[in-house]
Design a protein around this ligand. Structure first.
Ligand code: AMP
Ligand code: MG
Length: 352
């Protein structure tokens, strides 16, 4: 398939660029576009046939539902059966933004989009290009993260073009995503809001809007279920092809870094304070004051493991609060083992 690649300013997109995407959606085609979280691969959410194309291009398991993206509240009412009062009252506090909410689905929603569930996950993105395309098409857009299943999500157009040229109708070459982690997915149908997937909106901020949240152990990445509320959480995710290991203890990470920082087999990924000297093979995730920079750079660092000549990536753990919660979820899912002792690491080195 011929893929059109359109260079565009994601904050200030031209009318032509927006129209191109809208017309692909209306014809049932696929677009790869930036959101503030990660790049998405999108189609008309009312079209079962188009949704099936996404599953086939991404090689995504059929029971893993797609998030539906909207640009106004009218669309929300069209794709859901009932909207809880708290959403009617407070939506301006979180939308547009990186929060996905589970609703009872309207019968108009194809099972191909909802993974056969009677619910639908919905979000209104803040990225200008994304919202303008949805608004121009007048269609809700079903869009999972634009990456082949199991691979790290894509946060820069360079990787989007590499992974999807030839398999979608249009790719926006729009640079980097501003947040770099997927949306937070919450379920507010029960007594207390539950975080099903930790993400770009902090649980602390979700609590300030909806009241105290329960953070599912699955959302932390420390539990597994064959039958979770959020089907996507049972699958392998975010993983580079080469092994990534996480070293749990900071002083152990520093010790191992000092010992191996000149060893080209390893790519060390971490905050500046953990990368004490200039090694050849390291990726800085920025300072520790604010983990937003680490969040923004995390997925590209995972992809860099595969692009570089190293044999494995080595990353440290993060405190599980604010952005750290989602960062740790991604690292736990992407890594093949947690290193707790020096001999754990030695065993890993021998296995390479
Ligand atoms: P992705 O778009 O690839 O980042 O993944 C979307 C996430 O949202 C997955 O973890 C899905 O399981 C979750 N999700 C989508 N729709 C629903 C739904 N109706 N109920 C629960 N989780 C959902
Ligand atoms: Mg994904």
């Amino acid at each position: 398939m011929m893929t059109r690649i359109i260079k565009v300013d994601q904050d200030n997109p031209s009318q032509e660029a927006v129209q191109e995407g809208s017309s692909v959606l209306k014809k049932g085609g696929l677009i790869v576009f930036p959101t503030e979280t990660v790049y998405g691969i999108g189609c008309n959410a009312f079209s079962a046939e188009s949704a099936l194309k996404i599953f086939s291009v991404k090689k995504r398991p059929a029971d893993n539902p797609l998030i539906v993206h909207i640009s106004n509240m009218e669309m929300l009412h069209k794709i859901t059966r009932d909207v809880p009062e708290v959403v009617e009252e407070r939506w301006k506090k979180f939308w547009p933004g990186p929060l996905t909410i589970i609703f009872n689905a309207s019968p108009l929603m194809p099972a191909e989009v909802t993974g056969g569930l009677d619910t639908v996950a919905v979000r209104m993105p803040s990225n200008n290009l994304a919202r303008s395309i949805i608004e121009a098409s007048g269609l809700p857009v079903a869009a999972p993260s634009a990456n082949i299943s199991t691979r790290p999500s894509i946060t820069s157009s360079e990787y989007a073009i590499q992974e999807f040229s030839g398999s979608v109708d249009l790719i926006y070459d729009a640079g980097d995503c501003s947040l770099g982690l997927e949306s937070t997915v919450i379920d507010i149908r029960g007594e207390k809001p539950i975080v099903l997937r930790a993400g770009a909106m902090n649980a602390e901020d979700v609590s300030s809007i909806f009241g105290e949240v329960v953070i599912d152990d699955i959302a932390r990445g420390i539990a597994y279920s064959e039958n979770p509320i959020s089907p996507g959480t049972k699958y392998k995710h975010y993983s580079p092809s080469k092994p990534l290991v996480m070293i749990e203890d900071d002083s152990l990470y520093k010790r191992i870094f000092r010992k191996y920082s000149m060893d080209r087999r390893f790519l060390f990924i971490g905050l500046d304070q953990m990368l004490e000297r200039n090694g050849q093979n390291l990726i800085s995730l920025g300072g520790s004051g604010d983990l937003r920079e680490a969040a923004r750079k995390l997925f590209s660092s995972f992809r860099e493991i595969d692009r570089s000549n190293c044999l494995a990536g080595v990353i440290h753990s993060f405190p599980e609060e604010k952005e750290g919660l989602a960062i740790m979820n991604r690292i736990r899912k992407a890594s093949i083992m947690v290193v707790r002792t020096e001999s754990d690491f030695n065993r890993f080195v021998e296995s390479l």
